[in-house]
Design a protein around this ligand. Structure first.
Ligand code: PMP
Length: 398
């Protein structure tokens, strides 16, 4: 009899479980479209040139590794503010944004959730139906009751926008609404700028608290374009939360580089909010790690490296779009009768393929093509070598 005798086995993380199954699969043609990671056309995880250049410069002047301030590297936090809100934007120049370095986008969400639990303990949290699974777990663990707002419309192959608005309009004042700023995970369907205006109007009218999750800035239509939604929330005069992740946009998954920004009413308020965010960080992990933040700050704050980053990110974005088109064309060529054109109207790394659980299981077991049971496929893992095989495999199960 030990303290842990009654401890139950937790369910495996569905995506990591898929990875394990993929690793053990002996099919020489196997393709992993499960995990949300960008691979280049050779099926390799890229190490961006801008990152290599920044690291080379850092190696030439090795620095000691003291503790960082609780809120992270100042130059990093400022670069994040500039990227999210615009360097010369009113929120930044007036000093009413509180930004902290965080351990990935997940860390940004967690610090935000812990802080919100203190200022708004009885609020409910709404996430999209469906959403990135960790949203629910993370806000539940922070002590919130988590519910969903309508989002995906399977029959329409798009967003159930009327349903989404109705959910927001039915929410109690103070409800925290987690919104995907761009490149919705898992569906790949974003709302239009005009629909954002309506969402913002509902959020404002109902007094909801927006929490924008920006994990894919630059993967949709461009860095500025994807960030435009933030400007809309600012223009509406709202205060809100933004979590940032550089995992994908810098291909720095394992360095855990992210941030949380809170737009406040004024500078004095931002100072008080920042002091509370620092408590949340201090009591979770004390202060953030140096390397990833230093690399991202070096790139974003150096005009040449920044231009290189924008070029490399642009290439990733363009390659994903090309793969979407190839997927649509390849499925048609492989004999798929139904119109799969909706795949090119989706955006970001993922596609909700519309395939059933049974079809996804067959794809995995008979063809070694791995996506999630929900039909989600990571189009950023397709390349010129595996695309034909994937199309032919899908054609055989639909
Ligand atoms: N939010 C969403 C919607 C995501 O898809 C992800 C990454 N899968 C994250 C947050 C977390 O990002 P990170 O890996 O930087 O913690």
């Amino acid at each position: 009899m030990s303290l842990f005798t009654a401890v139950e086995m937790a369910p495996r993380d569905p995506i990591l479980g898929l990875n394990e199954q993929f690793a053990a699969d002996t099919n020489p043609n196997k393709v992993n479209l499960g995990v949300g990671v960008y691979f280049d056309d050779n099926g390799k995880l890229p190490l961006l040139q801008c990152v290599q250049a920044a690291e080379k410069a850092m190696m030439e002047k090795p620095a000691a590794r003291g503790y960082l301030p609780i809120d992270g590297i100042v130059a990093y936090d400022n670069a994040v503010k500039g990227l999210v809100f615009g360097t010369d934007s009113e929120p930044v120049t007036s000093g009413r944004v509180a930004t902290v370095q965080a351990i990935g986008g997940t860390g940004g969400l967690k610090i935000g959730a812990d802080f919100l639990k203190k200022v708004s303990p009885n609020a409910k949290v709404l996430i999209s139906d469906p959403s990135w699974e960790n949203h629910r777990a993370l806000f539940t663990n922070a002590g919130f009751t988590v519910d969903t707002y309508a989002y995906y419309d399977a029959a329409k192959r798009g967003v159930n926008f009327d349903g989404m608005l109705a959910s927001l309009n039915a929410a109690a004042p103070g409800t925290i609404v987690v919104l995907h700023a761009c490149c919705h995970n898992p569906t790949g369907y974003d709302i239009t700028p005009a629909q954002w205006d309506q969402v913002i109007a509902a959020v404002k009218a109902k007094g909801l608290t927006p929490f924008l999750d920006m994990a894919y800035q630059g993967f949709g239509n461009g860095i500025q374009e994807d960030g435009a939604v933030i400007g809309k929330f600012v223009a509406a005069g709202l205060t809100f939360f933004v979590s940032t992740s550089f995992s994908k946009s810098f291909s720095l998954y394992g360095e855990r580089v992210g941030a949380l920004s809170v737009l406040c009413e004024n500078k004095e308020e931002a100072g008080r909010v920042l002091s509370q965010l620092k408590i949340a960080i201090r009591t979770n992990y004390s202060n953030p790690p140096i390397h990833g933040g230093a690399v991202v700050a070096a790139v974003l704050n150096n005009p040449e490296l920044r231009a290189l980053w924008e070029k490399e990110l642009g290439e990733m974005r363009v390659r994903i779009k090309a793969m979407r088109q190839k997927l649509v064309d390849g499925l048609k060529a492989a004999g798929v009768q139904q119109d799969m054109g909706f795949i090119t109207s989706q955006i970001g790394m993922f596609s909700y393929s519309g395939l059933s659980k049974d079809q996804m299981v067959r794809l995995r077991n008979e063809f070694g093509v791995y996506g999630t049971d929900t039909g989600r496929m990571c189009v950023a893992a397709l390349n010129s070598k595996n695309i034909d095989y994937v199309c032919q495999s899908i054609a055989k199960v639909v």
